[in-house]
Design a protein around this ligand. Structure first.
Ligand code: RIB
Ligand code: CA
Length: 313
């Protein structure tokens, strides 16, 4: 069976980096057509830089990396250096990237790729604010029906917010973009905080990364050591939540996850609950289901997969 074609849209971010490494370690199952950087955890120049650092760490400088939107559709950018550090990839000491950015804007790459590849053969994997995806859909509505599936990290229901009391960061940064994506009609799978808070890098799991004895294993251990501070302090978590790698793991082993096909709408008006994913988990409305909203995961199976694949790099 030929590998599944994906585009990873990302704002690295330590957890984005692990998601990208997991994808690049799985070439038999996933063909990464390109990586598109978006402003989010840190400003665009840094997310575009960090994406290149990660690809070089994986020895995959063949993967084109495009810079995309440097601000949300209609709001000022909110970043998360308090979580990811000033560089967005604090923790390990990694060399400056030498691979260049690919020519052209990320949004044009998304549009051109979806127009070139057979309809229904490309999956979009957003790991940050949805600005690039929404801009592509607005600029080229013809590509929407050509998308095979969207598997994204964002939102929350039972877990509510991590950047405000009501909203998860990726959705909060660009709620208008999230609304466009959620109303697009594309087959969408959502990895919310409800599931990502269940894959914590406990010390034994971090030790297993380090025990790989490779530059990748060491870097991932150091990234997650740094990245856990925010959640440990706020939630008392026993380790860093690997938000974005849930997207990649779902593509590789969907059976690790469970969720419900429900309606998910985005709050874009109220300042109090801006960016909230209003998930009709209990199906109390007649609003049509528009997403598979994931609520649970086999965490040990997730880490077995992740660690085994990272060992391949
Ligand atoms: O809320 C978690 C999400 O926001 C993750 O994608 C993390 O990388 C940040 O982008
Ligand atoms: Ca991210």
């Amino acid at each position: 069976m030929s590998p599944r074609k994906i585009i990873i849209d990302t704002d690295p971010g330590q957890d984005d980096a692990v998601a990208i490494l997991l994808a690049l370690a799985s070439p038999d199952e996933l063909e990464v057509l390109g990586i598109t950087a978006v402003a989010g955890n840190v400003p665009l120049p840094l997310t575009a830089r960090n994406a290149r650092i990660v690809c070089e760490l994986a020895g995959r400088t063949d993967v084109p990396i495009y810079a995309g939107c440097d601000a949300p559709l209609s709001r000022p950018l909110v970043t998360a250096e308090h979580v990811h550090g000033k560089t967005g990839l604090d923790g390990p000491v990694l060399p400056d990237p030498t691979m260049p950015l690919a020519e052209g804007h990320a949004v044009d790459f998304i549009i051109n790729t979806l127009r070139r590849e057979p309809a229904g053969s490309v999956t979009l994997c957003p790991l940050g604010p949805l600005t690039n995806i929404a801009t592509a859909f607005q600029r080229a509505p013809d590509i929407v029906e050509r998308v095979q599936q969207i598997v994204l990290m964002g939102g929350a229901y039972f877990e509510v917010g991590n950047i405000t009391p009501a909203a998860e960061f990726n959705i909060y940064v660009d709620p208008e973009a999230a609304e466009i994506v959620m109303k697009s009609g594309v087959d969408t799978v959502i990895m919310p905080l409800d599931v990502t808070h269940k894959v914590l890098v406990t010390k034994p799991r971090n030790d297993a990364f380090r025990a790989l004895g490779t530059p990748v294993g060491k870097a991932v251990a150091e990234m997650t050591d740094f990245f856990e501070r925010f959640d440990r302090e706020k939630y008392g978590s026993d380790g860093a939540p690997l938000h974005d790698p849930c997207v990649t793991a779902y593509l590789l082993q969907p059976e690790l996850f469970e969720g419900r096909h429900i309606n998910v709408e985005i709050e874009t008006a109220s300042e109090l609950t801006l960016g909230m994913t209003v998930a009709d988990w209990w199906r109390v409305t007649d609003r049509p289901a528009n997403a598979l909203f994931i609520g649970s995961v086999d965490a040990d199976g997730f880490f077995d997969l992740l660690t085994e694949r990272l060992a391949r790099l």
